[in-house]
Write a protein that binds this ligand. Structure first.
Ligand SMILES: Cc1ncc(COP(=O)(O)O)c(C=O)c1O
Length: 397
């Protein structure tokens, strides 16, 4: 076979997706850093905290005790029970371990759930801005994304009426991510509840990506799982990555009707199998151990959020809504488009990286063209360094 034939022999489905925008900027930033550039990194989507000691110790103990073999595909029962119990205790949900599966990161749980529910032509309603991977995950299945715009001037509010207009006979899933990556917006519990009632009345699933559910700064932490009467319509997707600062460990989960979990188990049995055995033990320690680490991190993020938003708003021409959760600010940089040869958010992020040595993520990957995402999961000193560089860059345009 010629090399040309080899290069063209990829599937239609892999041709439908692109490398994640956040991964792309991370790899450019990594290259620049390896070349000795003193970079300020506001691009990374991960906590700056180390994993709490007791969680790390549980992983080390698991290795020492040779807990290093295959486990059941859906995860050890102890962990599946711990996931369900933690969720019940914190949010008033009501899941059994058979309605729980653990996966190799939240991303893996999301990817697999789309694979078992979305066929060619099926539609998924996705509010904009959205996390980069949703669109590609749906399109990989041959599904169609039906985007619903939200607006910064209205605090990116999402209502059931907005969702209702987007429903078609092919709609299978309404995908909600609150707190939201990238905008930091928290959907009001009343709006979430109205959307679930609407979805249930139309036989549509609501998939709630709860990756940041513990990083909610409104003081009113809420999960759709508390609406136990709508359990049949809910797919709750969770992750330990941000809650316990465990991004590299790769542990996520799904809480869903037993039939869905069964299909996820089947898919997992033919792909990744169980998440890493020792990580499962660390995850049990995270979920069953003291939770004050979660609260400590949340409080620190609130301080960092206030600091970065104040700094961004102080840059003439930058507008920024106040994020209510997660660890991203999503400033509007549209007043600079058309200045200094800048045509798009990608241009802005690209030049910020190459000229000001500040890594951010352009809004295009999240479905908006007038914003950049600034991750504030870093120290105040680093925020100040980056904000100063941004101020100089924008002032010079
Ligand atoms: C909204 C959202 N969902 C899911 C994930 C997946 O996280 P992980 O695969 O590390 O559990 C991320 C990670 O950045 C995210 O931002």
């Amino acid at each position: 076979m010629s090399s040309t034939a080899g290069a063209t022999a990829f599937t239609a489905r892999i041709g439908r997706i692109e490398i994640s925008a956040t991964m792309a900027i991370n790899s450019e930033a990594t290259t620049m850093r390896s070349e000795g550039v003193d970079l300020v990194d506001f691009g990374a989507g991960e906590p700056h905290f180390t994993t709490p000691e007791h969680i790390k110790q549980a992983g080390i103990d698991a290795i020492q005790k040779n807990f290093t073999k295959y486990t059941p595909v859906a995860g050890i029962k102890e962990l599946r029970v711990a996931v369900a119990m933690r969720h019940k205790q914190d949010f008033g949900s009501n899941y059994s371990f058979e309605e729980t599966i653990v996966s190799t990161g939240g991303k893996n749980a999301l990817f697999n759930t789309f694979q078992v529910l979305i066929d060619h032509g099926d539609e998924v309603i996705i509010p904009v801005p959205y996390w980069v991977s949703f669109k590609d995950m749906v399109e990989f299945c041959g599904g169609k994304c039906n985007f619903v715009a939200t607006h910064a001037e209205e605090g990116f509010r999402l209502t059931a009426a907005m969702i209702e207009k987007a429903i078609t006979p092919r709609t299978r899933i309404i995908l909600l991510n609150s707190p939201n990556n990238p905008s930091g917006v928290v959907i009001a519990p009343e709006d979430l509840t109205a959307i679930v009632k609407l979805a249930a009345s139309r036989g549509i699933f609501v998939m709630a990506d709860e990756c940041y559910v513990y990083l909610d700064y409104t003081g009113n932490r809420f999960s759709l799982g508390s609406l136990t009467e709508y359990k049949d319509s809910l797919l709750l997707m969770g992750s330990l990555s941000k809650t316990y600062s465990m991004t590299g460990w790769r542990l996520g989960y799904a809480l869903a009707p037993k039939a869905v979990i069964g299909q996820l188990q089947k898919l997992q049995s033919q792909s990744t199998s169980n998440p890493t055995s020792i990580v499962q033990k660390a995850a049990v320690a995270a979920l069953k151990g003291p939770q004050d680490c979660v609260e400590q991190m949340r409080r620190e993020y609130i301080e960092l959020r206030d600091h970065v938003v104040e700094g961004l708003r102080a840059i003439p021409g930058v507008k920024c809504t106040l994020p209510e959760g997660a660890f991203y600010a999503y400033p509007n940089i549209s007043s600079f488009l058309g200045r200094g040869g800048l045509k798009s958010a990608s241009d802005v992020a690209g030049r910020l990286l190459r000229e000001a040595h500040v890594a951010t993520v352009p809004g295009e990957g999240f479905g908006t063209s007038e914003h950049i995402r600034v991750s504030y999961a870093t120290s105040k000193a680093e925020l100040d360094r980056g904000l100063e560089r941004m101020r100089k860059f924008f002032s010079a345009l």
